[in-house]
Design a protein around this ligand. Structure first.
Ligand code: SF4
Ligand code: SF4
Length: 453
C-alpha cells in the first residue's frame, strides 16, 4: 500500500509548460482583465458597473436597480452558486485549479517571486543564505511588489462601490475617503496575506468550499489521477531491458511533485489536497514525450474508470446531480431574465394621512389624503400620471402629471374623493397606479385603503 508523503512547510513549485498551463495563464489574464478593467468602463458618462451604496442604486451598464430590485442580484448570486455546483459535478476541482481567486492571485504572486528571486533552486539557496545586501534587496523588492499589487486589488474592489476614476485621481494626494482607504487596505491586506504568504495553506486548511465540494462529486466527475498499473514499478530509465526486471513508464523523475502547488505526490493515490490544476499532467506529458512513451500517465479520469468496472461514462442527463443543479440553474436564469426584461424602473409607496382620516369636500364628496413617494430609477426624467382604481366612483382631486427627474424620489400629496352614496362605512381597498406619460404600458401600483364615513 502506498503511503502519502508529508507536505513540506515551505514549497518552491516549479513553473511548468504545457496545454493546461496555457489554459491557466489564459484564465488569469481574462479574470484579471475583467476585474481590473470593469471599474474603468464608462457608460453614457457614468461608471458602467457601480454599486452606489450611498445612493441606494446599482448601475449595470444601461440598467439601474433600486433596493427593491435586489432580488435580481440575489437570484444572480444563487444562479452563480448553482453554476459552480454544476461545474464541480462535471469537472471536479477545475474551478479550484484554474479560476478560484486564491489560485489566480497565488499564481501572480509566484510570478513576482520567480521574477525577483529566481527559479526554485535559487529561491531555496536565497532562503538558506545569510542576510546580505542581495538577499535584502531581492526579498524586499518581492514584498514591495506583492504589497503594491495587493493594494491595487483592494483599491479596485473599492472602485466597484465608489467611482474608480475619482479614487485613482485622489490617490497621488491621498485624497480618498476614510472608508475607501479602510476597505482598500483591508482587502489588499487579505490578498497579500492569503495569496502572498499563506498560499496553498488556504486551500489545504482554510477553504470551506474544499471541505464540502466532495458532496457534489459522483463517479463520473473528472479528477486527476496517476495510472499506477501503467507507471509501476517505477524506476530510472536505463538503456536496454534488464532481464527479470519489469519496469513501468514512470521514470521517477519527481517532476510531477516539483510542479505541484500543494506539494503532493499524486502517485500516492487520490488526495483531497489535489486542487485539479493539472500542472503534474503537463510535467509528466513532457517527460513521456521525451522518452517516447504515450502521454497520459497522469491524466484526467473518473472514479468509475479508476474502479475498473463499467468504464463507460454516463451522459450528463443520466446523472442526478447534473440534472438537479442544471435544472435549478436554468429556472433561476429564466426567472431573472424574464424579470429583468419586464423590469419597470419606477416605484410607488403610499402613506395614508392618519391625522385626518376622512373629511367632506366643498362638493359634498368624502376625501382622504395620502402622501405618495414616487421613485424614478430610470436614467431619464419622466412625467407620471397617477390614477386610482378598485373603489367605484373614486377619483383624484389632483390630475396634473408629476415630473420626477432621473434617479430621484419625489414626494407628492394627493386627495382621493369618493361619492358618499357609493362608498360604504369603514375601510375599503384602493389601489394607486403610477404610469409614465411617455410610456403608459410601463406602470407600477401600490395598495392602500379609503376610509368611508
Ligand atoms: S512526472 Fe511522470 S514520470 Fe516523472 S515521476 Fe511523475 S509520474 Fe513519474
Ligand atoms: S496533484 Fe497535480 S493536479 Fe493535483 S494539485 Fe498537484 S499538480 Fe495540481
Amino acid at each position: 500500500m502506498s503511503t502519502v508523503p508529508a507536505i513540506p512547510i515551505k514549497l518552491y513549485p516549479r513553473l511548468t509548460q504545457g496545454r493546461f498551463n496555457t489554459w491557466r495563464v489564459a484564465f488569469v489574464a481574462v479574470t484579471q482583465l475583467l476585474y481590473f478593467g470593469l471599474p474603468w468602463l464608462q457608460w453614457h458618462g457614468r461608471q458602467a458597473l457601480w454599486f452606489d451604496l450611498a445612493g441606494g442604486r446599482f448601475h449595470l451598464f444601461g440598467l439601474t436597480l433600486l433596493p427593491q430590485d435586489m432580488v435580481y442580484l440575489a437570484a444572480l448570486l444563487m444562479a452563480s452558486a448553482f453554476g459552480l455546483f454544476l461545474w464541480t459535478t462535471l469537472s471536479g476541482r477545475l474551478w479550484c485549479g484554474f479560476s478560484c481567486p486564491q489560485t489566480v492571485y497565488t499564481e501572480i504572486m509566484l510570478w513576482i517571486e520567480r521574477w525577483t528571486e529566481g527559479k526554485p533552486a535559487a529561491r531555496r539557496a536565497l532562503d538558506a543564505a545569510p542576510w546580505r545586501l542581495d538577499k535584502v534587496t531581492r526579498k524586499g523588492g518581492k514584498h514591495v511588489l506583492m504589497a503594491a499589487f495587493s493594494l491595487w486589488t483592494g483599491l479596485t474592489l473599492v472602485g466597484y462601490f465608489s467611482p474608480m476614476r475619482e479614487l485613482a485621481a485622489g490617490l497621488p494626494t491621498l485624497a480618498i475617503g476614510p472608508w475607501e482607504a479602510f476597505w482598500a487596505l483591508f482587502y489588499g491586506g487579505f490578498t497579500y496575506l492569503l495569496a502572498g504568504v499563506l498560499r496553498e495553506k488556504v486551500c489545504l486548511h482554510m477553504c470551506p468550499y474544499a471541505r464540502f465540494q466532495g458532496a457534489m462529486f459522483d463517479p463520473d466527475t473528472k479528477l486527476v489521477a496517476y495510472d499506477a498499473p501503467r507507471g509501476e514499478p517505477r524506476g530510472a530509465l536505463r538503456k536496454g531491458a534488464q532481464p527479470g526486471v519489469a519496469r513501468g513508464d514512470c521514470v521517477d523523475c519527481g517532476l510531477c511533485v516539483q510542479v505541484c502547488p500543494t506539494g503532493i505526490d499524486i502517485r500516492a493515490g487520490l488526495q483531497y489536497e489535489c486542487i485539479g490544476c493539472a500542472a503534474c499532467i503537463d510535467a509528466c506529458d513532457a517527460v513521456m514525450d521525451k522518452i517516447g512513451a504515450p502521454r497520459g500517465l497522469i491524466r484526467f479520469t473518473t472514479q468509475r474508470a479508476e474502479d475498473g468496472g463499467d468504464a463507460r461514462p454516463r451522459r450528463p442527463w443520466q446523472r442526478p446531480r447534473v440534472l438537479v443543479y442544471g435544472g435549478l440553474l436554468a429556472v433561476l436564469l429564466a426567472l431573472t431574465a424574464t424579470g429583468l426584461l419586464n423590469h419597470t424602473p419606477y416605484k410607488l409607496d403610499v402613506l395614508r394621512d392618519r391625522a385626518s382620516l376622512v373629511r367632506e369636500g366643498d362638493d359634498g364628496w368624502l376625501e382622504n389624503s395620502y402622501s405618495l413617494r414616487v421613485m424614478n430609477g430610470d436614467e431619464q426624467a419622466h412625467r407620471f400620471r397617477i390614477e386610482v382604481e378598485g373603489l367605484p366612483g373614486a377619483r383624484l382631486r389632483e390630475t396634473a402629471p408629476v415630473m420626477v427627474p432621473a434617479l430621484t424620489v419625489a414626494t407628492v400629496g394627493v386627495r382621493v374623493a369618493a361619492d358618499p352614496a357609493a362608498v360604504q362605512r369603514g375601510s375599503q381597498p384602493l389601489r394607486f397606479v403610477l404610469r409614465a406619460v411617455d410610456a403608459p404600458q410601463r406602470h407600477v401600483s401600490a395598495d392602500s385603503s379609503f376610509i368611508g364615513e
